[in-house]
Write a protein that binds this ligand. Structure first.
Ligand code: GAP
Length: 516
């Protein structure tokens, strides 16, 4: 279970580096802010998460197909989608520390402190009244709580209004009135609030050709919208249907911190579900439930997820919720489910002059479909799994181990084959390699013959390998091996011929998918 502190995140990041999951990008040059490289074990885990999503979302739905659109898109795409004009973060600088912040985050952090005060009041009530404490009634009637709640509402409304109407002077005034200080220096000497567009831009073509500014896509969704008709017609898709995609997205995040939680280059797994106008709320609820079921099947703990409904909706949405996850730094957004109306398709119709409509044979008319979107950050999902799996244990014999209890179907390696002895003349390495060749056809396997067996088990624990198969002298006599379980450390003796079926039963993607 993830602890709620910064130290835990640091420990996880350093474990991820030490064991080949995640390295800082271009580390030999001291790294690059908020860019990371996935190492040999990280890329296996990442690929398995992608496969789990793709299988569940695309291949197990007869009405959902997947595409792979290019990262570069015609610049008008981003004008139509609203990103050129409105994909901004409100920035503020502290004149003394020269540090830059997101104005809305400063205010949200202030609100979090008021929320902590409410939690403290509740904790006092619990302590005082024990089992008789009625939390609901307390929250609805306690004068201190009510005062703090009203304050939160007032701040939220003012911030929302300021950002929505572009009244950034009032956002600055709010920061000053609340007495918010630079968290680093304590200074309250702030600049004005300015809007900063989050898209990265570059030039396509040489200047002599008449180069044009293009953007690195800040979301994969637009590649789906512009291909709506291509897919609908060539795939003979009937509404309701979905188009899914996994791919890189880029955002020039101002405050990129918290390891891989907020990166400048990251990956999204998005699905746009096209529905008949008027039916979108039903589908929105249905996708909320389906996505939560996908998460819960992994067994990371249902208590680690919660829905967070958006109160201030984006201009294109008529309903939106996040699935938040209990990361080491607390509950934060992992996935978004948005009912995006017909905003995107209509905007692309207007800007391209092309019709993006569906002919409904039942209704005998054309319409622009509504869209329900599910959008999850692959890197955030990776962090959710890594942080929940990371476990430090003291064993019965007093020794310590660090183990990644990664859901077996997602683990980088399913099994490690370990000959007890390294010496060729013992016959054990040859036998172990025979078993390796047998299992490699179905599973990603490791082979390790170096060091004492206990040390080799620890190495596998640290990268989350669910099973270790040990080949010993008895194996040469009766063709049996021991299988050690990563989580409960039990060891059972089984015939070589049974290893495959045991691994399929306990580590296969199929078994995981059946749980959804
Ligand atoms: N198409 C909708 C969309 O892009 P979003 O809420 O901006 O919506 C969707 O992003 C998901 O992408 C988020 O829930 C998060 O998991 C992931 N994400 C967004 N920005 C990210 C960043 N800077 N680093 C890592 N993941 C990010």
């Amino acid at each position: 279970m993830a602890q709620n502190d910064d130290n835990q995140l640091k420990k996880i990041a350093s474990h991820a580096k030490e064991y080949g999951f995640i390295f800082p990008s271009s580390e030999i040059y001291d790294g690059l802010g908020a860019a990371y490289d996935y190492g040999q074990n990280g890329s296996e885990l990442k690929n398995n998460i992608k496969q789990y999503w793709w299988k569940a979302m695309v291949q197990m739905h007869e009405n959902i197909v997947g595409i792979d659109a290019s990262i570069f898109m015609h610049p008008t795409t981003w004008k139509a989608s609203g990103h050129v004009d409105a994909f901004n973060d409100p920035l503020i600088d502290n004149k003394d520390s020269k540090k830059r912040y997101r104005a809305d985050v400063l205010v949200e952090d202030y609100i979090a402190k008021i929320e902590a005060k409410i939690d403290k009041e509740v904790a006092k009530g619990v302590k005082r009244f024990g089992d008789d404490f009625d939390q609901e009634q307390f929250l609805a009637t306690n004068p201190n709580v009510l005062r703090n709640k009203a304050k939160i509402d007032e701040i939220n409304n003012r911030l929302g209004k300021g950002l929505e109407t572009g009244d950034l002077d009032d956002v600055k005034a709010l920061i000053e009135e609340l007495g918010i200080a630079d968290p680093v220096s304590g200074s309250k000497n702030w600049t004005d609030v300015r809007q900063f567009n989050l898209m990265f831009s570059t030039e396509m073509g040489s200047t002599a050709d008449g180069a044009s500014t293009i953007y690195l896509r800040p979301e994969t969704a637009q590649g789906i919208f512009v291909n709506f008709l291509n897919v609908q017609k060539t795939g003979r898709m009937k509404i309701p249907f979905g188009i899914a995609q996994i791919g890189k997205a880029f955002r020039n995040e101002i405050i990129a911190r918290q390891f891989i939680f907020r990166m400048r280059e990251f990956e999204q797994m998005e699905m746009q579900f096209f529905v008949k106008p008027g039916e979108e709320m039903e589908w929105y609820e249905s996708w909320k439930a389906k996505r939560m079921a996908w998460h819960n099947a992994l067994g990371l703990g249902e208590e680690n997820y919660r829905f967070h409904d958006h109160i201030n909706l984006a201009h294109y949405a008529n309903a939106a919720a996040d699935i938040q996850f209990n990361f080491p730094m607390g509950f934060k957004e992992l996935e978004g489910i948005h009912s995006r109306t017909d905003f995107d398709l209509k905007a692309h119709e207007e800007h391209s002059g092309k019709k993006l409509q569906f002919f409904d044979p039942v209704e005998n008319k054309n319409y622009v479909p509504y869209v329900v979107e599910t959008s999850i950050g692959l890197d955030r999902m990776f962090l959710a799994i890594l942080s929940t799996s990371y476990t430090e244990e003291i064993l019965e014999d007093g020794s310590e181990r660090t183990v990644l209890k990664i859901p077996a179907a997602l683990a980088p390696y399913k099994v490690a084959i370990l000959p007890l002895l390294k010496k060729e003349d013992s016959g054990l390495p040859q036998k172990a390699r025979e078993i390796l060749r047998l299992l490699q056809l179905d599973f990603n396997c490791q082979y390790d013959e170096k060091d004492a067996i206990g040390k080799r088990y620890r190495r596998q624990d640290a990268i989350g390998t669910p099973y270790c198969v040990t080949v010993d002298h008895q194996t040469l006599e009766d063709n049996t091996v021991t299988i050690r379980d990563r989580d409960d450390l039990s060891q059972i003796r089984v015939p070589i011929g049974e290893i495959r079926s045991k691994l399929i039963e306990t580590t296969s993607m199929q078994e995981l998918l059946k749980k959804i």
